[in-house]
Design a protein around this ligand. Structure first.
Ligand code: ACO
Length: 430
């Protein structure tokens, strides 16, 4: 067997097959099983994709054992310290950090596309006032394809880039409009003289009757949260975007599918679930009971904001956010009893054998909810906030899929466990 292949042997028939190995620039080697079925008649089985790479990608790298996250080769810690969100979005889309003039042009391009068609406001009015903003957001983003569908030629790189700019630009406008609709406030149009995060906060909170005074820590924290959430390689929502995109679906439909996937509490919905859980625990004195319940498999209860499929070490994003969390609460003078519950929970879980053995550390969502709450962002908007940031990553992956020569429709197979052929019984005889 050469160093470039992997030999699989059937122990019963002694038949063997040599499969090529694929190496990325860094990270584990992969066995290319693409011709396995053709040559042996066997499928591979990996529910949850624990050992399966679904694509080649040059966007984001994670080493879950070492707690490393890099966008385009840049460690997340450095980007978090030195970049703006739009700089990071440019990096994800284009592969390199922008020069001063490239960033200026990009910011202007994004600024030019922040408005939405007036009909979209009527579209939002169709929702009941208490609709979940994630439902409104995913429907609104899908509806963008109705406004731009005729223009989308997904084979054209310029059309793909324009769709990317539109999505990054319009997402905050639509997100803020969903929020304001839910509280009965009229939509606020974007001020393009403001930076991306400040503009969003204005669209959320500005009222016509008085100027909005923002504490700079609010914009700083939002910028950081957006950078940390901008991409995370082939997670459930990004894989959804790629899979939907692989059918040739338009970018708005693909991103709307990603938003739907993000909504689940096992994924992006966890930040909202963390807050609900902290409220339910209510007092640091109840933390030990909650931890005991999380360890009891019969209870069906898990500690939200703990554990990660890939990180078996501290989530590097959580480390950064932990510091920001204290800074935000300190500067805004928020004395939130939930933070005491959160800190106690962190302490108890990190010292508990069950959590240590399973390498269950606080993840990014554990702290993001507390920061968002301090910024007065309501809990049902937390996953919307995540969606705004992740749009940069989703669309970068959607573009990368379309730039991959020979990219094919994603079509997993299955192990069928249902009935084998049965004789049909006419209804009157059943
Ligand atoms: N609380 C208690 N036990 C847990 C938790 C938790 N939060 N997470 C995992 N476990 C236990 C499981 O019961 C299992 O125990 P066992 O080995 O005795 O059966 C073991 O740890 C491994 O868990 P899996 O579910 O197999 O891990 P998986 O990789 O499939 O799931 C997930 C990862 C979904 C993140 C999980 O840890 C979880 O449900 N966490 C809570 C939800 C959450 O915070 N999600 C946000 C993820 S980050 C993001 O999407 C941005």
């Amino acid at each position: 067997m050469s160093e470039t292949s992997f030999k699989l042997v059937n122990e019963t028939t002694h038949e063997s097959v040599e499969l090529p190995l694929i190496r990325g620039s860094i990270g584990p080697t992969a066995i290319d099983i693409g011709r396995l079925y053709k040559e042996t008649g066997n499928f591979t089985y990996d529910p949850g994709f624990v050992s399966t790479a679904s694509c080649r990608s040059a966007i984001t790298y994670i080493d879950g054992e070492a707690g490393v996250l890099m966008y385009r080769g840049y460690p997340i810690e450095e980007l978090a310290k030195q970049s703006s969100f739009l700089e990071v979005a440019y990096l994800l889309l284009h592969g390199n950090l922008p020069s001063v003039s490239e960033l200026e042009i990009f910011e202007t391009e994004v600024g030019r596309h922040t408005m939405i068609h007036d009909s979209m406001r009527h579209f939002l009015r169709g929702f009941h006032y208490d609709a979940h903003p994630m439902a409104m957001l995913s429907a609104s983003i899908a509806s963008l394809s109705a406004f731009y569908h005729d223009e989308i030629n997904i084979e054209d790189p310029d059309a793909r880039r324009l769709a990317a700019i539109r999505l990054i630009a319009k997402m905050p406008t639509i997100a803020a409009a969903c929020y304001r609709y839910s509280i009965g406030w009229p939509m606020r149009f974007p001020h393009n003289n403001l930076d991306y995060c400040t503009r969003f906060l204005h669209m959320m909170y500005e009222v016509p009757s008085e100027p909005l005074e923002l504490n700079p820590i609010a914009t700083k924290a939002l910028e950081l949260l957006f950078i940390l959430h901008a991409d995370h390689e082939q997670n459930a929502s990004t894989s959804t975007v790629r899979l939907v995109g692989s059918t040739g679906a338009n970018p708005y439909a693909s991103i709307a599918a990603g938003i739907a996937a993000l909504w689940g509490p096992a994924h992006g919905g966890a930040n909202e679930a963390v807050l609900k859980m902290l409220e339910e625990i209510g007092d640091p004195a109840n933390v030990s009971k909650a931890v005991a319940r999380a360890k009891d498999k019969e209870s069906g209860f898990r500690l939200m904001g703990f554990g990660h499929r890939v990180y078996k070490n501290f989530d590097p994003r959580a480390k950064i956010l932990r510091d920001m969390c204290h800074q935000v609460l300190g500067e805004l003078g928020v004395d939130d009893p939930l933070l005491n519950v959160a800190m106690k929970l962190e302490e108890v879980a990190l010292n508990d054998e069950y959590f240590i053995e399973r390498k269950l550390y606080p993840n990014v969502d554990f702290y993001s909810g507390i920061i968002y709450k301090a910024l007065n962002i309501p809990a049902n908007m937390f996953t919307v906030m995540f969606s705004i940031a992740r749009t940069a990553g989703w669309i970068a992956h959607w573009i990368e899929h379309h730039e991959t020569p020979g990219a094919r429709i994603g079509r997993p197979r299955q192990i069928y466990t249902g009935s084998v052929r049965r004789a049909y019984t006419p209804i009157e005889l059943r």
